[in-house]
Design a protein around this ligand. Structure first.
Ligand SMILES: Nc1ncnc2c1ncn2[C@@H]1O[C@H](COP(=O)(O)OP(=O)(O)OP(=O)(O)O)[C@@H](O)[C@H]1O
Ligand SMILES: [Mg+2]
Length: 486
Protein backbone atom coordinates (compact mmCIF):
# COMPACT_ATOMS: atom_id res chain seq x y z
CA UNK A 1 0.00 0.00 0.00
CA UNK A 2 1.53 3.31 -1.10
CA UNK A 3 1.73 6.15 1.42
CA UNK A 4 0.01 8.65 -0.87
CA UNK A 5 -2.80 6.28 -1.86
CA UNK A 6 -6.42 7.04 -0.97
CA UNK A 7 -6.62 3.61 0.62
CA UNK A 8 -3.78 4.39 3.01
CA UNK A 9 -5.06 7.88 3.74
CA UNK A 10 -8.62 6.64 4.35
CA UNK A 11 -7.53 3.92 6.76
CA UNK A 12 -5.16 6.33 8.56
CA UNK A 13 -7.96 8.89 8.80
CA UNK A 14 -10.49 6.40 10.20
CA UNK A 15 -7.92 4.91 12.58
CA UNK A 16 -6.86 8.36 13.84
CA UNK A 17 -10.46 9.44 14.41
CA UNK A 18 -11.18 6.21 16.25
CA UNK A 19 -7.94 6.59 18.22
CA UNK A 20 -8.92 10.07 19.37
CA UNK A 21 -12.42 8.87 20.35
CA UNK A 22 -11.03 5.84 22.20
CA UNK A 23 -8.39 7.88 24.05
CA UNK A 24 -10.97 10.48 25.10
CA UNK A 25 -13.42 7.80 26.15
CA UNK A 26 -10.73 5.86 28.03
CA UNK A 27 -9.55 9.05 29.71
CA UNK A 28 -13.07 9.73 30.95
CA UNK A 29 -13.53 6.10 32.00
CA UNK A 30 -10.21 6.13 33.86
CA UNK A 31 -10.91 9.37 35.70
CA UNK A 32 -14.45 8.31 36.64
CA UNK A 33 -13.17 4.98 37.97
CA UNK A 34 -10.35 6.73 39.84
CA UNK A 35 -12.82 9.18 41.31
CA UNK A 36 -15.18 6.40 42.43
CA UNK A 37 -12.35 4.37 43.97
CA UNK A 38 -10.98 7.38 45.84
CA UNK A 39 -14.46 8.31 46.98
CA UNK A 40 -14.94 4.75 48.35
CA UNK A 41 -11.60 4.94 50.13
CA UNK A 42 -12.52 8.34 51.57
CA UNK A 43 -15.90 7.07 52.75
CA UNK A 44 -14.23 4.07 54.34
CA UNK A 45 -11.67 6.33 56.02
CA UNK A 46 -14.41 8.53 57.33
CA UNK A 47 -16.32 5.55 58.73
CA UNK A 48 -13.18 4.21 60.35
CA UNK A 49 -12.38 7.59 61.87
CA UNK A 50 -15.93 7.91 63.19
CA UNK A 51 -15.79 4.44 64.74
CA UNK A 52 -12.47 5.15 66.39
CA UNK A 53 -13.86 8.39 67.74
CA UNK A 54 -16.84 6.42 69.07
CA UNK A 55 -14.53 3.96 70.76
CA UNK A 56 -12.60 6.80 72.33
CA UNK A 57 -15.78 8.45 73.48
CA UNK A 58 -16.97 5.21 75.00
CA UNK A 59 -13.85 5.30 77.23
CA UNK A 60 -15.09 8.51 78.59
CA UNK A 61 -18.22 6.80 79.76
CA UNK A 62 -16.24 4.47 81.95
CA UNK A 63 -16.54 7.04 84.67
CA UNK A 64 -17.30 4.50 87.34
CA UNK A 65 -13.77 3.27 87.00
CA UNK A 66 -12.03 6.20 88.55
CA UNK A 67 -8.59 5.14 87.65
CA UNK A 68 -9.44 4.73 84.00
CA UNK A 69 -10.96 8.12 83.97
CA UNK A 70 -8.02 9.55 85.75
CA UNK A 71 -5.65 7.78 83.44
CA UNK A 72 -7.42 9.05 80.44
CA UNK A 73 -7.42 12.61 81.69
CA UNK A 74 -3.81 12.23 82.55
CA UNK A 75 -3.19 10.90 79.12
CA UNK A 76 -4.98 13.80 77.46
CA UNK A 77 -3.10 16.33 79.50
CA UNK A 78 0.35 14.86 79.23
CA UNK A 79 2.22 11.64 78.81
CA UNK A 80 2.00 9.31 81.64
CA UNK A 81 3.13 5.77 81.34
CA UNK A 82 0.42 4.06 83.27
CA UNK A 83 -2.35 5.90 81.58
CA UNK A 84 -0.77 5.10 78.22
CA UNK A 85 -0.64 1.43 79.09
CA UNK A 86 -4.34 1.31 80.03
CA UNK A 87 -5.41 3.30 77.01
CA UNK A 88 -3.19 1.18 74.81
CA UNK A 89 -4.71 -2.00 76.14
CA UNK A 90 -8.21 -0.77 75.55
CA UNK A 91 -7.18 0.66 72.22
CA UNK A 92 -5.61 -2.56 71.06
CA UNK A 93 -8.58 -4.73 71.89
CA UNK A 94 -11.06 -2.37 70.30
CA UNK A 95 -8.90 -1.64 67.31
CA UNK A 96 -8.43 -5.29 66.61
CA UNK A 97 -12.18 -5.55 66.41
CA UNK A 98 -12.06 -2.87 63.72
CA UNK A 99 -9.49 -4.74 61.61
CA UNK A 100 -7.28 -1.71 61.08
CA UNK A 101 -3.95 -3.50 60.89
CA UNK A 102 -2.84 -1.94 57.69
CA UNK A 103 -4.03 1.60 58.55
CA UNK A 104 -1.92 4.26 60.19
CA UNK A 105 -3.78 5.99 63.01
CA UNK A 106 -2.72 9.00 64.99
CA UNK A 107 -4.68 11.04 67.54
CA UNK A 108 -3.33 14.43 68.47
CA UNK A 109 -4.38 17.59 70.25
CA UNK A 110 -5.21 20.46 67.97
CA UNK A 111 -1.77 21.85 68.81
CA UNK A 112 -0.14 18.79 67.39
CA UNK A 113 0.73 17.07 70.68
CA UNK A 114 0.56 13.31 70.14
CA UNK A 115 -1.86 11.39 72.29
CA UNK A 116 -2.00 7.98 70.88
CA UNK A 117 -1.02 6.30 67.64
CA UNK A 118 -1.12 2.87 66.11
CA UNK A 119 1.98 0.73 66.35
CA UNK A 120 2.78 0.98 62.67
CA UNK A 121 2.77 4.79 62.88
CA UNK A 122 6.56 4.87 62.95
CA UNK A 123 8.87 7.85 62.68
CA UNK A 124 8.86 7.76 58.88
CA UNK A 125 5.08 7.85 58.73
CA UNK A 126 5.02 10.56 61.39
CA UNK A 127 7.40 12.68 59.28
CA UNK A 128 5.29 12.04 56.17
CA UNK A 129 2.11 13.22 57.93
CA UNK A 130 3.85 16.20 59.50
CA UNK A 131 5.37 17.39 56.25
CA UNK A 132 2.61 16.70 53.81
CA UNK A 133 -0.59 16.83 55.85
CA UNK A 134 -0.92 19.96 57.96
CA UNK A 135 -3.25 19.63 60.89
CA UNK A 136 -6.74 21.00 60.29
CA UNK A 137 -8.52 21.66 63.64
CA UNK A 138 -11.78 22.86 62.10
CA UNK A 139 -12.90 20.52 59.33
CA UNK A 140 -12.33 17.14 57.69
CA UNK A 141 -9.60 17.06 55.04
CA UNK A 142 -8.56 14.25 52.69
CA UNK A 143 -5.22 14.08 50.95
CA UNK A 144 -2.77 11.77 49.18
CA UNK A 145 0.55 11.31 50.96
CA UNK A 146 3.44 9.93 49.08
CA UNK A 147 7.14 9.32 49.55
CA UNK A 148 9.52 6.70 48.25
CA UNK A 149 8.13 4.04 50.58
CA UNK A 150 4.50 4.92 51.28
CA UNK A 151 1.50 5.91 49.18
CA UNK A 152 -1.36 6.70 51.46
CA UNK A 153 -4.80 8.23 51.37
CA UNK A 154 -5.25 10.13 54.58
CA UNK A 155 -8.08 11.79 56.47
CA UNK A 156 -7.85 14.53 59.09
CA UNK A 157 -10.96 14.60 61.28
CA UNK A 158 -11.36 16.98 64.27
CA UNK A 159 -13.62 15.79 67.12
CA UNK A 160 -14.66 16.82 70.60
CA UNK A 161 -13.51 14.56 73.37
CA UNK A 162 -15.41 15.17 76.61
CA UNK A 163 -16.81 18.63 76.81
CA UNK A 164 -13.96 20.80 75.75
CA UNK A 165 -11.10 18.69 74.53
CA UNK A 166 -10.80 19.25 70.82
CA UNK A 167 -8.73 16.46 69.32
CA UNK A 168 -7.81 15.46 65.79
CA UNK A 169 -7.70 11.97 64.42
CA UNK A 170 -5.52 11.31 61.37
CA UNK A 171 -5.83 7.99 59.55
CA UNK A 172 -3.82 6.95 56.52
CA UNK A 173 -4.70 3.89 54.52
CA UNK A 174 -2.38 2.39 51.86
CA UNK A 175 -3.44 3.20 48.33
CA UNK A 176 -1.84 0.05 46.91
CA UNK A 177 -5.12 -1.81 46.17
CA UNK A 178 -6.55 1.26 44.42
CA UNK A 179 -3.35 1.82 42.45
CA UNK A 180 -3.29 -1.86 41.51
CA UNK A 181 -6.86 -1.66 40.19
CA UNK A 182 -6.10 1.57 38.30
CA UNK A 183 -2.92 0.09 36.81
CA UNK A 184 -4.81 -2.97 35.69
CA UNK A 185 -7.50 -0.77 34.17
CA UNK A 186 -4.83 1.28 32.39
CA UNK A 187 -3.19 -1.84 31.05
CA UNK A 188 -6.55 -3.20 29.91
CA UNK A 189 -7.48 0.12 28.23
CA UNK A 190 -4.07 0.38 26.49
CA UNK A 191 -4.21 -3.19 25.23
CA UNK A 192 -7.85 -2.71 24.17
CA UNK A 193 -7.07 0.48 22.25
CA UNK A 194 -4.12 -1.14 20.48
CA UNK A 195 -6.22 -4.15 19.57
CA UNK A 196 -9.16 -2.06 18.32
CA UNK A 197 -6.87 0.23 16.32
CA UNK A 198 -5.05 -2.71 14.74
CA UNK A 199 -8.35 -4.32 13.84
CA UNK A 200 -9.78 -1.04 12.50
CA UNK A 201 -6.78 -0.27 10.33
CA UNK A 202 -6.87 -3.79 8.94
CA UNK A 203 -10.64 -3.70 8.30
CA UNK A 204 -10.40 -0.06 7.09
CA UNK A 205 -7.75 -0.97 4.57
CA UNK A 206 -9.76 -4.04 3.52
CA UNK A 207 -12.98 -2.08 2.99
CA UNK A 208 -11.17 0.86 1.39
CA UNK A 209 -9.73 -1.60 -1.11
CA UNK A 210 -13.20 -3.00 -1.80
CA UNK A 211 -14.67 0.47 -2.20
CA UNK A 212 -11.85 1.61 -4.47
CA UNK A 213 -11.81 -1.54 -6.58
CA UNK A 214 -14.13 -0.03 -9.23
CA UNK A 215 -11.78 2.98 -9.44
CA UNK A 216 -8.87 0.65 -10.22
CA UNK A 217 -11.00 -1.15 -12.82
CA UNK A 218 -11.96 2.14 -14.45
CA UNK A 219 -8.32 3.29 -14.38
CA UNK A 220 -7.24 0.07 -16.09
CA UNK A 221 -9.80 0.52 -18.86
CA UNK A 222 -8.98 4.22 -19.26
CA UNK A 223 -5.28 3.30 -19.45
CA UNK A 224 -6.08 1.01 -22.36
CA UNK A 225 -7.81 3.73 -24.34
CA UNK A 226 -5.37 5.24 -26.79
CA UNK A 227 -5.97 7.51 -29.77
CA UNK A 228 -6.43 4.42 -31.97
CA UNK A 229 -9.30 2.98 -29.96
CA UNK A 230 -11.21 6.00 -28.79
CA UNK A 231 -14.36 4.04 -29.54
CA UNK A 232 -13.78 2.02 -26.35
CA UNK A 233 -16.14 2.83 -23.48
CA UNK A 234 -16.06 1.91 -19.79
CA UNK A 235 -18.85 -0.60 -19.12
CA UNK A 236 -21.45 0.78 -16.70
CA UNK A 237 -21.03 -1.90 -14.08
CA UNK A 238 -23.15 -2.32 -10.97
CA UNK A 239 -21.32 0.23 -8.85
CA UNK A 240 -22.02 3.05 -6.44
CA UNK A 241 -23.76 6.22 -7.54
CA UNK A 242 -20.54 8.31 -7.43
CA UNK A 243 -18.71 5.75 -9.54
CA UNK A 244 -21.57 5.75 -12.04
CA UNK A 245 -21.08 9.51 -12.37
CA UNK A 246 -17.34 9.07 -12.81
CA UNK A 247 -17.82 6.38 -15.42
CA UNK A 248 -20.39 8.37 -17.38
CA UNK A 249 -18.19 11.49 -17.18
CA UNK A 250 -15.19 9.49 -18.40
CA UNK A 251 -17.25 8.02 -21.22
CA UNK A 252 -18.56 11.46 -22.16
CA UNK A 253 -15.00 12.79 -22.13
CA UNK A 254 -13.75 9.96 -24.34
CA UNK A 255 -16.66 10.63 -26.67
CA UNK A 256 -15.72 14.30 -26.89
CA UNK A 257 -12.11 13.29 -27.46
CA UNK A 258 -13.19 10.92 -30.18
CA UNK A 259 -15.16 13.68 -31.87
CA UNK A 260 -12.26 16.11 -31.50
CA UNK A 261 -9.86 13.56 -32.96
CA UNK A 262 -12.22 12.93 -35.86
CA UNK A 263 -12.50 16.65 -36.32
CA UNK A 264 -8.74 17.19 -36.20
CA UNK A 265 -8.20 14.32 -38.65
CA UNK A 266 -10.84 15.65 -40.98
CA UNK A 267 -9.50 19.17 -40.61
CA UNK A 268 -5.92 18.19 -41.37
CA UNK A 269 -6.97 16.18 -44.41
CA UNK A 270 -9.01 19.17 -45.56
CA UNK A 271 -6.07 21.50 -44.99
CA UNK A 272 -3.75 19.10 -46.82
CA UNK A 273 -6.23 18.80 -49.66
CA UNK A 274 -6.86 22.55 -49.91
CA UNK A 275 -3.13 23.30 -49.93
CA UNK A 276 -2.32 20.43 -52.27
CA UNK A 277 -4.72 21.47 -55.03
CA UNK A 278 -3.16 24.90 -55.82
CA UNK A 279 0.31 23.42 -55.47
CA UNK A 280 -0.58 20.61 -57.89
CA UNK A 281 -1.93 23.16 -60.37
CA UNK A 282 1.23 25.28 -60.12
CA UNK A 283 3.39 22.19 -60.51
CA UNK A 284 1.41 20.94 -63.52
CA UNK A 285 1.55 24.31 -65.24
CA UNK A 286 5.27 24.79 -64.58
CA UNK A 287 6.09 21.24 -65.73
CA UNK A 288 4.10 21.79 -68.90
CA UNK A 289 5.85 25.10 -69.58
CA UNK A 290 9.25 23.51 -69.07
CA UNK A 291 8.58 20.44 -71.22
CA UNK A 292 9.35 22.36 -74.41
CA UNK A 293 10.17 25.86 -75.47
CA UNK A 294 7.09 28.08 -75.38
CA UNK A 295 6.36 31.55 -76.58
CA UNK A 296 6.31 34.49 -74.18
CA UNK A 297 2.48 34.60 -73.95
CA UNK A 298 2.38 30.99 -72.78
CA UNK A 299 4.98 31.69 -70.09
CA UNK A 300 2.99 34.71 -68.98
CA UNK A 301 -0.16 32.63 -68.76
CA UNK A 302 1.60 29.98 -66.66
CA UNK A 303 3.00 32.65 -64.34
CA UNK A 304 -0.42 34.28 -64.00
CA UNK A 305 -2.07 30.97 -63.15
CA UNK A 306 0.71 30.26 -60.61
CA UNK A 307 0.28 33.71 -59.09
CA UNK A 308 -3.47 33.16 -58.72
CA UNK A 309 -2.93 29.80 -57.04
CA UNK A 310 -0.25 31.25 -54.78
CA UNK A 311 -2.69 34.03 -53.79
CA UNK A 312 -5.27 31.37 -53.00
CA UNK A 313 -2.76 29.49 -50.87
CA UNK A 314 -1.85 32.67 -49.02
CA UNK A 315 -5.55 33.44 -48.47
CA UNK A 316 -6.27 30.01 -47.04
CA UNK A 317 -3.27 30.19 -44.73
CA UNK A 318 -4.22 33.69 -43.62
CA UNK A 319 -7.81 32.58 -42.96
CA UNK A 320 -6.64 29.59 -40.96
CA UNK A 321 -4.32 31.77 -38.91
CA UNK A 322 -7.16 34.23 -38.36
CA UNK A 323 -9.51 31.50 -37.09
CA UNK A 324 -6.82 30.24 -34.73
CA UNK A 325 -6.26 33.79 -33.47
CA UNK A 326 -9.99 34.47 -33.08
CA UNK A 327 -10.64 31.25 -31.20
CA UNK A 328 -7.63 31.20 -28.90
CA UNK A 329 -6.51 34.80 -28.50
CA UNK A 330 -9.31 37.17 -27.46
CA UNK A 331 -6.78 40.02 -27.21
CA UNK A 332 -6.96 40.52 -30.99
CA UNK A 333 -10.32 42.28 -30.47
CA UNK A 334 -10.45 45.98 -29.80
CA UNK A 335 -13.94 46.72 -28.55
CA UNK A 336 -15.62 50.09 -28.97
CA UNK A 337 -19.11 51.51 -28.91
CA UNK A 338 -20.61 51.12 -32.38
CA UNK A 339 -23.78 52.71 -33.70
CA UNK A 340 -25.62 49.91 -35.47
CA UNK A 341 -27.32 52.30 -37.90
CA UNK A 342 -24.08 53.84 -39.16
CA UNK A 343 -22.31 50.52 -39.25
CA UNK A 344 -25.04 48.72 -41.23
CA UNK A 345 -25.34 51.60 -43.69
CA UNK A 346 -21.62 51.24 -44.39
CA UNK A 347 -21.99 47.45 -44.85
CA UNK A 348 -25.02 48.01 -47.07
CA UNK A 349 -23.00 50.34 -49.27
CA UNK A 350 -20.49 47.60 -49.90
CA UNK A 351 -23.18 44.98 -50.58
CA UNK A 352 -24.97 47.34 -52.97
CA UNK A 353 -21.82 47.71 -55.10
CA UNK A 354 -21.18 43.96 -55.10
CA UNK A 355 -24.83 43.18 -55.90
CA UNK A 356 -24.96 45.66 -58.71
CA UNK A 357 -21.88 44.10 -60.30
CA UNK A 358 -23.76 40.79 -60.48
CA UNK A 359 -27.11 42.31 -61.48
CA UNK A 360 -28.76 41.81 -58.08
CA UNK A 361 -31.07 44.14 -56.20
CA UNK A 362 -30.25 45.08 -52.60
CA UNK A 363 -32.31 46.32 -49.64
CA UNK A 364 -31.65 47.71 -46.18
CA UNK A 365 -34.25 47.75 -43.40
CA UNK A 366 -33.31 49.33 -40.08
CA UNK A 367 -35.54 50.82 -37.37
CA UNK A 368 -35.42 54.56 -36.65
CA UNK A 369 -34.35 54.20 -33.03
CA UNK A 370 -30.62 54.29 -32.29
CA UNK A 371 -28.97 51.16 -31.01
CA UNK A 372 -25.41 50.55 -29.98
CA UNK A 373 -23.27 47.47 -29.59
CA UNK A 374 -19.88 46.90 -28.02
CA UNK A 375 -17.70 45.43 -30.74
CA UNK A 376 -14.58 45.36 -32.83
CA UNK A 377 -15.49 47.21 -36.03
CA UNK A 378 -12.86 45.61 -38.26
CA UNK A 379 -13.77 42.06 -37.29
CA UNK A 380 -17.54 42.72 -37.38
CA UNK A 381 -17.10 44.16 -40.88
CA UNK A 382 -15.30 40.96 -41.85
CA UNK A 383 -18.18 38.88 -40.42
CA UNK A 384 -20.86 40.71 -42.45
CA UNK A 385 -18.77 40.88 -45.62
CA UNK A 386 -18.33 37.10 -45.50
CA UNK A 387 -22.13 36.69 -45.28
CA UNK A 388 -22.74 39.25 -48.05
CA UNK A 389 -20.07 37.68 -50.29
CA UNK A 390 -21.80 34.32 -49.86
CA UNK A 391 -25.22 35.82 -50.55
CA UNK A 392 -23.94 37.43 -53.76
CA UNK A 393 -21.99 34.32 -54.73
CA UNK A 394 -24.90 31.91 -54.32
CA UNK A 395 -27.67 34.09 -55.76
CA UNK A 396 -28.24 34.00 -59.51
CA UNK A 397 -28.62 37.23 -61.53
CA UNK A 398 -31.95 39.02 -60.94
CA UNK A 399 -32.14 38.02 -57.24
CA UNK A 400 -32.24 40.25 -54.18
CA UNK A 401 -30.01 40.65 -51.19
CA UNK A 402 -31.37 42.31 -48.07
CA UNK A 403 -30.02 43.38 -44.71
CA UNK A 404 -32.57 43.73 -41.89
CA UNK A 405 -32.11 44.86 -38.31
CA UNK A 406 -34.60 44.01 -35.55
CA UNK A 407 -34.07 44.55 -31.84
CA UNK A 408 -35.66 42.32 -29.20
CA UNK A 409 -34.83 41.52 -25.54
CA UNK A 410 -31.65 43.59 -25.58
CA UNK A 411 -30.40 41.68 -28.57
CA UNK A 412 -29.84 42.94 -32.09
CA UNK A 413 -30.74 40.49 -34.83
CA UNK A 414 -29.12 41.40 -38.13
CA UNK A 415 -30.33 39.18 -40.95
CA UNK A 416 -28.51 38.88 -44.29
CA UNK A 417 -30.98 37.25 -46.70
CA UNK A 418 -30.80 36.29 -50.32
CA UNK A 419 -33.11 34.72 -52.87
CA UNK A 420 -30.42 32.38 -54.11
CA UNK A 421 -29.96 28.62 -54.46
CA UNK A 422 -30.44 27.91 -50.75
CA UNK A 423 -28.94 25.16 -48.65
CA UNK A 424 -29.99 21.55 -48.18
CA UNK A 425 -31.39 20.63 -44.77
CA UNK A 426 -28.63 18.07 -44.21
CA UNK A 427 -25.94 20.71 -44.79
CA UNK A 428 -27.36 23.27 -42.37
CA UNK A 429 -25.52 21.76 -39.40
CA UNK A 430 -22.12 21.45 -41.02
CA UNK A 431 -22.17 24.67 -42.95
CA UNK A 432 -20.09 26.50 -40.28
CA UNK A 433 -17.36 23.82 -40.21
CA UNK A 434 -14.01 24.73 -41.63
CA UNK A 435 -13.59 23.85 -45.32
CA UNK A 436 -17.21 22.85 -45.65
CA UNK A 437 -18.56 23.48 -49.11
CA UNK A 438 -21.83 21.97 -50.27
CA UNK A 439 -21.66 19.44 -53.07
CA UNK A 440 -24.28 21.26 -55.02
CA UNK A 441 -23.21 21.63 -58.62
CA UNK A 442 -24.13 25.32 -58.58
CA UNK A 443 -22.02 25.88 -55.48
CA UNK A 444 -19.02 23.79 -56.44
CA UNK A 445 -18.50 25.99 -59.45
CA UNK A 446 -18.14 29.05 -57.18
CA UNK A 447 -14.64 29.83 -55.89
CA UNK A 448 -13.98 29.56 -52.17
CA UNK A 449 -12.25 27.53 -49.54
CA UNK A 450 -15.11 27.00 -47.07
CA UNK A 451 -13.61 29.13 -44.27
CA UNK A 452 -15.81 32.24 -44.51
CA UNK A 453 -18.66 31.04 -42.25
CA UNK A 454 -16.27 29.52 -39.77
CA UNK A 455 -14.58 32.91 -39.40
CA UNK A 456 -18.01 34.60 -39.12
CA UNK A 457 -19.06 32.27 -36.31
CA UNK A 458 -15.78 32.79 -34.40
CA UNK A 459 -16.17 36.57 -34.58
CA UNK A 460 -19.81 36.42 -33.43
CA UNK A 461 -18.86 34.20 -30.47
CA UNK A 462 -16.11 36.61 -29.45
CA UNK A 463 -18.86 39.26 -29.21
CA UNK A 464 -21.01 37.00 -27.01
CA UNK A 465 -23.22 36.50 -30.02
CA UNK A 466 -24.05 33.78 -32.54
CA UNK A 467 -24.85 33.19 -36.18
CA UNK A 468 -27.85 31.10 -37.18
CA UNK A 469 -29.07 30.01 -40.58
CA UNK A 470 -32.46 29.32 -42.14
CA UNK A 471 -32.75 28.10 -45.66
CA UNK A 472 -34.66 25.95 -48.12
CA UNK A 473 -33.07 24.70 -51.32
CA UNK A 474 -34.05 26.97 -54.19
CA UNK A 475 -35.61 29.55 -51.88
CA UNK A 476 -32.60 31.47 -50.68
CA UNK A 477 -30.92 31.63 -47.32
CA UNK A 478 -31.09 33.89 -44.29
CA UNK A 479 -28.07 34.18 -42.00
CA UNK A 480 -28.90 35.97 -38.73
CA UNK A 481 -26.22 37.48 -36.52
CA UNK A 482 -27.40 37.97 -32.92
CA UNK A 483 -25.41 40.47 -30.85
CA UNK A 484 -26.00 41.95 -27.39
CA UNK A 485 -27.12 45.59 -27.29
CA UNK A 486 -25.41 47.92 -24.79
N1 LIG B 1 -26.03 32.34 -48.87
C1 LIG B 1 -25.75 31.08 -49.17
N2 LIG B 1 -26.54 30.39 -50.01
C2 LIG B 1 -26.28 29.09 -50.29
N3 LIG B 1 -25.24 28.39 -49.80
C3 LIG B 1 -24.42 29.03 -48.97
C4 LIG B 1 -24.64 30.40 -48.60
N4 LIG B 1 -23.66 30.76 -47.73
C5 LIG B 1 -22.89 29.67 -47.59
N5 LIG B 1 -23.33 28.64 -48.31
C6 LIG B 1 -22.76 27.29 -48.37
O1 LIG B 1 -21.89 27.15 -47.28
C7 LIG B 1 -20.57 26.83 -47.72
C8 LIG B 1 -19.57 27.43 -46.80
O2 LIG B 1 -19.57 28.83 -46.89
P1 LIG B 1 -18.25 29.58 -46.54
O3 LIG B 1 -18.48 31.03 -46.65
O4 LIG B 1 -17.77 29.05 -45.27
O5 LIG B 1 -17.26 29.08 -47.64
P2 LIG B 1 -17.08 29.56 -49.11
O6 LIG B 1 -17.91 30.72 -49.37
O7 LIG B 1 -17.32 28.36 -49.94
O8 LIG B 1 -15.55 29.91 -49.15
P3 LIG B 1 -14.86 31.23 -48.57
O9 LIG B 1 -15.91 32.00 -47.87
O10 LIG B 1 -13.87 30.66 -47.63
O11 LIG B 1 -14.26 31.90 -49.69
C9 LIG B 1 -20.50 27.38 -49.08
O12 LIG B 1 -19.53 26.70 -49.88
C10 LIG B 1 -21.90 27.07 -49.59
O13 LIG B 1 -22.00 25.74 -50.00
MG1 LIG C 1 -17.84 32.44 -48.19
Amino acid sequence: MKLNSIRFKASILYTSILCIILVLFSGVLFSVTRHILYRDVDEELQVKAAEIVNILKSYEKLKQTESRQQHLINKLLGVEDRARLIIDDLWRSDMQALNLKSDYINILTVHGQPIIKSQNFNDEVTALFRNKFPLSPTHAVFNNLKNSKYRLRAVNLPFLYGKKNLLVIQIGTPLDPVIRILNQLLYFIGAGILFILGLTSFLGSFFARRILKPVLNVTKIVDDISHTDLNLRIPEMAVDEEMKHLISSCNAMVERLEKSFEHVNEFSSHVAHELKTPLAIIRGEVELALSETRDIDEYQRVLNVSLEEIDRLIRIIKDLLLIARLDYNPDVFQFENISLKAFLEEIYEYSRILAEQKGLASELEIPESAHYIDGDKIHLRRLFLNLINNAVKFTPRGGTISITLTVMDNRARIAVSDTGIGIFQKDLETIFDKFFRAHHHAQVSEPGSGLGLSIARSIARAHQGQVTVQSMPGQGATFTVILPIV
